[in-house]
Design a protein around this ligand. Structure first.
Ligand SMILES: [Zn+2]
Length: 153
């Protein structure tokens, strides 16, 4: 565990990669999606990218979270850098899930990766808000290269 900014305890690179590979293996069916996990010690919350459904269901409460949290979404007022809404990203799903569970996203390390378990930097949309919204954003590359081009380093 290394001490990051604000005394935040960031997980090691080894731990991060292990978590990414384990979660990617459990989500091999999410072809074409990006995956993310937020970690705080042994507490881990994962999500994959997808446009919000029109209606919330017990298995997919995200549309409800977007309404309940509409005044505090960290990407409010930002203009997307990419041709998709901020709320399609896995990081956005996770932020809402943590808030809905009464957790503070600033206590969490967030990491993003593809279904091969290759760690990717957040996309240009997420880059606008994730650094201030989570405790630590794990990156191995300066910028997101696009899912198919994101290669191990
Ligand atoms: Zn993103």
């Amino acid at each position: 565990m290394g001490k990051g900014k604000r005394g935040f305890n960031a997980p090691s690179k080894k731990d991060i990669r292990k978590v990414a590979h384990t979660y990617a293996n459990l989500n091999k069916d999410k072809v074409g999606k990006m995956l993310s996990i937020a970690m705080d010690g042994q507490i881990r919350v994962g999500a994959h990218s997808s446009s919000p459904s029109a209606r919330a269901t017990p298995l997919d409460p995200y549309p409800k979270y977007l309404i309940e949290l509409q005044h505090e979404l960290p990407w409010n007022g930002l203009t997307p850098a990419l041709g998709r809404a901020h709320n399609t990203c896995a990081e956005a799903h996770i932020w809402c899930e943590l808030k809905a569970r009464g957790k503070n996203p600033r206590n969490y390390t967030v990491l993003s990766f593809n279904t091969d378990g290759v760690v990717a930097s957040p996309c240009a949309n997420c880059a606008q808000w994730v650094e201030g919204a989570f405790g630590y954003v794990y990156k191995e590359t300066p910028r997101y290269e696009g899912r198919p081009r994101q290669k191990p380093v």
